[in-house]
Design a protein around this ligand. Sequence first.
Ligand code: SF4
Length: 118
Amino acid sequence: MTNSTEDLAQKVERALTFIKNHPDGIIQSELWKELGMDSRTCSRILKQLEDEGKITRQACKGSSYLVTWVKSEKKVDPMLFMAGDALLPCVACTEECDVPSCKMLEDWIYELVFAEME
Ligand code: SF4
């Protein structure tokens, strides 16, 4: 999508998606052409993404940069799977799953509610 009604947030999202799809990185001077943007807009977008820690820019050939996506490694808090001392049954479940009628999950949710009240 490269229409004139695309706002900056949409351009940022489109640029990030494009960069993610190039795991080895992409040269900045090629990127703005691929995105159908002017170099100034592209630079502004990349500055924003870099400030947010979503990309890196490394100087490379000529006066351009290699733009690379930074995979975020969000850590999951293991305590989210606990209700007091009870581990979420889904973690090690081998049953055929039917969430609405699962007694194990229902019991765990009750444990969670009581653990929250303590
Ligand atoms: S909802 Fe019940 S059946 Fe489904 S994975 Fe969790 S524990 Fe197993």
